[in-house]
Ligand binder design. Sequence first.
Ligand SMILES: [Zn+2]
Length: 171
Amino acid sequence: MGLRDFQARRGGFKPQAYRFPADYPVQVQFARELTDALYVVEHSNPDNWTQWAECTFPECYGCEQNRATVGWSDWAQRPRLYIDARIDGSLEVICQTLTPSMLAPKLEAYYLQHGTICGILFNVTRTGQGKKTKYLLDPVDDSPRPLTSNLRLRDYLTSIPYAAQEHYYNK
Ligand SMILES: [Zn+2]
């Protein structure tokens, strides 16, 4: 029995957010408006960027690390966007921080100009690596096509109980 089966049997199976291929445009059709997306306050371990989880303030390992740092800290709370979309034919969840190089500010600009992102078909390209990662968003056309999703965005969150957080962030 593999780890995934074990977690599934324990009810701990967590579906994974979509990973964009490098330097290759994919067609993305968003299944809801930005205003209906899920925004979650999270922390990432600055020495281990792949470990992030929901902030559980007031009892929260990430907040403790942030308070222990003088001045600006990489452990600071960060909002992350969760939104579902059809990508190359299958329904996926995109999960990203809101920094300027990511998709959220570009989607917001499109939304403010056109009043919608739901059903619009975009080409999305990921370039660069690690902290230099950038996303490009280009509409294929500006007319929405109907799309619904039955994905539950909350299923894609990483929520770790306080007592297990130190181990989780540092594993
Ligand atoms: Zn926190």
